[in-house]
Write a protein that binds this ligand. Structure first.
Ligand SMILES: NC(=O)c1ccc[n+]([C@@H]2O[C@H](COP(=O)([O-])OP(=O)(O)OC[C@H]3O[C@@H](n4cnc5c(N)ncnc54)[C@H](O)[C@@H]3O)[C@@H](O)[C@H]2O)c1
Length: 319
């Protein structure tokens, strides 16, 4: 492939797919050319923006006119889409979590590997300049020995019930970002977790899908990660991380208030640039399939802990 922009088709033109179309439009070496979505309104909106629009992946594959895809369909469709795309040998960037469980992520990784197809995972925070620089300082030892990191993701509003039904719960949907972030920042694996829901959630929520939760993870290098997740922050979607080292403390607030959307879009565009490089034959700079497996494996343990915490609370109340 020459130096022409890599033509990307976005599978799933919902909330995230539309942000990806904008991010791809700002890329230096990739461009959005098509969307796939079964919902006519989503296709009409994409077509009005000059993109080709298809109702199914099969239609896209037979029409052609693209070099790679970005999977932004509901998480419970990631594995089947990755399998179909791998069979067609289409390079892909799949949104997190890349399956609903570590087993599904493993199966996705296998499908890509068996056909030699590029599969990058959409952990976009790996492309946030402030986090890249923090990671370098940690690796150099500037912060000394890291006892504790506190990693926070507080969303403005909860997602729709429809989204929640296909998301796998707060750990599989939200905590995976923090889990990937701490693994990548510190170069440590997650060994054990404890977790509990925080505050009150809407009646009828699944035990593994409260509106807020806290998880503590013990990492392989001795660091403890305190992960807080919230879905009713009221102000813009916000993310920040604090690192407590023996030599220094750092707080990196990379998504906050009025700057939140800009930072998100910039991270996604940088991720798209790196993906396009990999599609052209460069090495994979973002998260790999095994990173999806690691994040989901820890997320599953957080989900189990949330379920157990709710069971013992209910048992305590009825005793
Ligand atoms: N990286 C991030 O920060 C981030 C943020 C939000 C969502 N996400 C991920 O993006 C994915 C989508 O989330 P969303 O918030 O956009 O959900 P959404 O419900 O808003 O959008 C999903 C879209 O996929 C479409 N769809 C359904 N079946 C399809 C199919 N078979 N083929 C193609 N499209 C299909 C739906 O019609 C809908 O338009 C999820 O996996 C989610 O985890 C990632």
């Amino acid at each position: 492939m020459g130096t022409e922009a890599v033509r990307v088709a976005v599978i799933g033109a919902g909330r995230m797919g539309r942000v990806h179309v904008s991010a791809l439009s700002g890329s230096r070496n990739a461009e959005p050319v098509a969307v796939v979505d079964p919902v006519a309104e989503a296709r009409e909106q994409a077509a009005a923006g000059g993109l080709a629009a298809y109702a199914s992946l099969e239609e896209l594959l037979s029409a052609g006119g693209f070099d790679a895809v970005l999977v932004a369909a509901p998480s419970d469709l990631h594995l089947s889409l990755v399998r179909e795309l791998a069979a067609a040998r289409v390079p892909m960037l799949c949104e997190k979590p890349c399956g609903m469980s570590a087993d599904e992520a493993r199966a996705a990784a296998r499908a890509a590997e068996e056909t030699g197809t590029l599969l990058q995972i959409g952990y976009w925070r790996r492309f946030v300049p402030e986090l890249v620089s923090l990671r370098e300082r940690i690796a150099r030892g500037d912060l000394g020995e890291i006892a504790l990191v506190a990693s926070h993701q507080w969303d403005r509003f909860p997602p729709s019930p429809e989204f929640r039904a296909h998301s796998g719960g707060i750990a599989v949907d939200m905590a995976v970002h923090e889990l990937d972030q701490v693994r990548w920042l510190l170069g440590q694996e997650i060994e054990s977790v404890v977790a509990m829901a925080a505050g009150r959630s809407e009646p009828g929520h699944a035990p593994s899908d409260p509106d807020a939760a806290v998880a503590l993870a013990r990492l392989s290098g001795g660091t403890t990660a305190n992960i807080t997740l919230g879905r009713r922050f009221g102000q813009a979607d916000s993310c920040w991380i604090e690192v407590f080292g023996s030599e220094a403390y750092e707080r990196c607030t990379f998504m906050w208030a009025a700057d939140s959307e800009r930072a998100f879009l910039a991270g996604l565009t940088a991720q798209a640039d790196a993906f396009a490089e990999a599609v052209r034959g460069g090495s994979l700079a973002g998260a790999a399939p095994e990173d999806a497996v690691a994040a989901l494996s820890a997320a599953e343990r957080i989900a189990e802990a949330l379920e157990q915490a709710e069971e013992s609370e209910l048992a305590g109340r009825s005793a």
